[in-house]
Design a protein around this ligand. Structure first.
Ligand SMILES: Cc1cc2nc3c(=O)[nH]c(=O)nc-3n(C[C@H](O)[C@H](O)[C@H](O)COP(=O)(O)OP(=O)(O)OC[C@H]3O[C@@H](n4cnc5c(N)ncnc54)[C@H](O)[C@@H]3O)c2cc1C
Ligand code: FES
Length: 288
């Protein structure tokens, strides 16, 4: 018998939200702040919403965005302008209304302070699920004791300094933040994995760390390979294309590992079983 299709989370809603403000962020992004008409519940970091304007400027299919910050009923999204959907969202004006579907997906695991340190690897706009992840870990998640700040490390990489979004605010989070850029315009020249290898080489991190990563596909594939080689626990927040966001369209398949917890079927649905997956359960590198 086939396993049942997972249902969207019970707190998922299609609703309208009022745009509060839109501020420029980095060289090609904005932070879009909205207030849903129905107050949102406290949202776990790395869950997401599907967003769309309803005045014809957005494509028909809404686009998925991680929740970036939540301040009560104020929700913020970090939007990198890529194509028609993100351009329309970035052009929103105060007082306009958007369609929101969410919160969706699973979010980061419990970021406890008991085991190996957590190393958060953010690539470009893959930063989005991390600030709240840091805050929730520091506050204590799911009844776990607060994670001490010295057990959280945010390694933030991008093509150039302009894509190190909100870097000043990240430094204010109170955990170690290190940066790398491919063109050397800020921080170390190289990638987030170079930052991690530096930390190991300089003895600043133990051999056993727990990885959380979000960023471009090639970066996540490299994190997967590293986790496999070193036997590390690693959780990836994936950004697949998505059609519906709620498990209906099959537009977001992620190949699974037969031996992993999702191995009963060749693909998992990123929107309902993710977007966060353990590398032990899915296979990115070499899957296409
Ligand atoms: C769970 C989830 C969370 C996300 N969170 C964020 C976020 O916080 N901030 C953010 O800026 N983006 C995020 N994304 C990616 C975002 O959804 C896409 O950038 C957006 O859909 C692009 O829509 P568009 O109409 O502007 O571009 P399109 O016109 O659809 O595409 C423009 C270009 O971008 C490429 N593209 C489109 N979608 C993706 C994608 N998912 N990954 C890689 N390339 C893509 C296309 O191949 C094309 O080359 C997230 C995606 C997922 C699945
Ligand atoms: S986006 Fe439709 S099933 Fe995942």
């Amino acid at each position: 018998m086939l396993p049942p299709v997972p249902a969207p989370p019970p707190d998922a809603r299609s609703q309208e939200a009022v745009v509060l403000d839109v501020r420029t962020c980095g060289s090609d992004g904005v932070v879009l702040a909205v207030e849903p008409l129905a107050p949102p519940p406290p949202i776990r970091a790395s869950r997401f919403y599907m967003l769309r304007r309803e005045d014809g400027l957005s494509p028909f299919i809404p686009r998925p965005y991680s929740i970036y910050r939540q301040f009560g009923s104020r929700l913020e999204f970090l939007v990198k302008v890529m194509g028609k959907g993100s351009r329309a969202l970035a052009a929103s004006r105060r007082g306009e209304r958007l369609r929101l579907i969410g919160p969706l997906g699973n979010g980061w695991p419990t970021l406890d302070g008991e085991g190996a340190p957590w190393v958060m690897l953010a690539g470009g706009v893959g930063l989005a699920p991390f600030p709240m992840g840091v805050e929730q870990a520091l506050a204590g998640m799911d009844g776990a004791a607060p994670c001490p700040a010295d057990r959280l490390h945010l390694f933030f990489g991008a093509a150039n300094a302009g894509q190190l979004y909100d870097l000043d605010r990240m430094v204010d989070l109170g955990v170690e933040v290190r940066t790398a850029t491919m063109d050397g315009s800020q921080g170390r020249r190289g990638t987030v994995l170079d930052l991690l290898n530096d930390a190991w080489a300089e003895g600043r991190l133990p051999a056993e760390v727990r990885l959380l990563a979000c960023g471009p596909e090639r970066m996540l594939e490299a994190v997967e390979r590293l986790a496999d080689e070193r036997g590390l626990e690693a959780h990836l927040s994936l950004e697949t294309l998505m059609g519906c966001g709620v498990g209906i369209c099959n537009g977001c398949p992620v190949p699974t590992r037969p031996e992993g917890a999702l191995g009963h079927w060749p693909n998992a649905k990123c929107c309902v079983e993710g977007p966060v997956f353990r590398t032990a359960d899915v296979r990115l590198a070499g899957s296409h």
